[in-house]
Design a protein around this ligand. Structure first.
Ligand SMILES: [Zn+2]
Ligand SMILES: [Zn+2]
Length: 180
């Protein structure tokens, strides 16, 4: 059984922070155990793994977890120009260390957003949360404008391959999220 952590609503920068419930797999009703792309057990990867979730009006509408090799593999397929633009954009606009309650780019608190949609990204290792960040939908849409058609296509393929039944242009485009 995963550790219970219902009281843990904070995101302290403590390497031994348990993964909060809102970063659990909604589908599995427990912390992510396996990579969405390759199916390997996430606990096997010493380098950790990435979790991304999109929430709309408090409900999870999209979620995945990627092991290190799959995460790098996905990013590697993005066009060089898209990668550069995203990196430049984040270097310029992203404030690190804001945690999961505040948009890392515009610094709006999630409770103040007019748009009820936002993304959470997290780096985890085993059953620990290393880092988390939030992006509001407006800021996500801005980052999605930065990427090329090719990169959009790669993202679309990733969605089609791993989320059958979800149209790629349903666009829970956490395209910016995976670059971290
Ligand atoms: Zn994988
Ligand atoms: Zn924002």
């Amino acid at each position: 059984m995963p550790p219970e952590d219902e009281d843990n609503e904070l995101y302290p920068e403590d390497w031994d922070t348990p993964i909060p419930r809102e970063l659990y797999s909604e589908y599995e009703e427990r912390p992510f155990r396996s990579c969405t792309r390759c199916g390997e057990s996430l606990l096997e990867f010493a380098e950790g793994y990435q979790v991304a979730k999109i929430f709309k009006r408090g409900e999870t509408v999209f979620e995945y977890a990627l092991c290190g090799p799959c995460h790098r593999g996905l990013i590697d397929e993005f066009s060089d120009e898209s990668k550069r633009r995203l990196e430049d954009y984040y270097n310029e606009h992203m404030q690190p260390g804001l945690g999961g309650e505040v948009c890392g780019i515009c610094a709006q608190h999630r409770d103040q957003l007019h748009d009820p949609e936002f993304a959470l990204g997290a780096m985890c290792n085993g059953s620990s949360l290393l880092e988390t960040f939030m992006l509001c939908n407006a800021c996500m849409e801005k980052t999605n404008e930065l990427v090329s058609e090719k990169t959009r296509g790669i993202w679309g393929d990733f969605i089609n391959d791993n989320f059958p039944g979800v149209p790629a242009n349903f666009a829970p485009d956490p395209l910016g999220v995976p670059i971290f």
